[in-house]
Design a protein around this ligand. Structure first.
Ligand SMILES: [Fe+2]
Ligand SMILES: [Fe+2]
Length: 133
């Protein structure tokens, strides 16, 4: 990758990661709506699956970016992502056996994402921008 291509790749990556953060919040809003409107378990399960895919895609994007551009902190960052992946997968599993309550997940996920974005994702973006110079 020459310097120009690398710069372009980094700039477009930064934009994509921001868009993905936005998308995660949109899907989370739908999930909150489904919960507050008391939509049936089937619909809520489908939304939770959409949310999981969206989260997993985004986390994998970030992890791959860290590998491609050789950014510091890959293992710690992936470990944090895996915590949320595990929690969501566990909740999806519970839909088979019970009427799952998503309100706890709303609070947990919103707080988790806020904290993760403020700390780990900001560091990632900072390290990525440094690679531009
Ligand atoms: Fe992240
Ligand atoms: Fe992120």
């Amino acid at each position: 990758m020459n310097t120009f291509e690398k710069g372009e790749a980094i700039r477009s990556t930064i934009q994509h990661l921001e868009n993905e953060h936005q998308l995660i919040h949109e899907v989370l809003s739908k999930l909150k709506y489904a919960e507050s409107a008391g939509l049936n378990n089937n619909i809520r399960e489908m939304l939770l699956r959409e949310f999981y895919k969206c989260i997993d895609f985004h986390f994998t994007s970030e992890e791959n970016i860290m590998l491609i551009f050789d950014l510091e902190g890959y293992h710690e960052h992936k470990k944090e992502h895996d915590t949320l992946r595990y929690k969501l997968a566990e909740l999806i599993g519970s839909f088979n056996t019970e009427e799952a309550d998503l309100s706890e997940l709303d609070v947990f996920t919103t707080n988790w994402l806020e904290e993760h974005n403020k700390n780990s994702d900001s560091k990632l973006a900072g390290r990525l921008k440094k690679k531009l110079h």
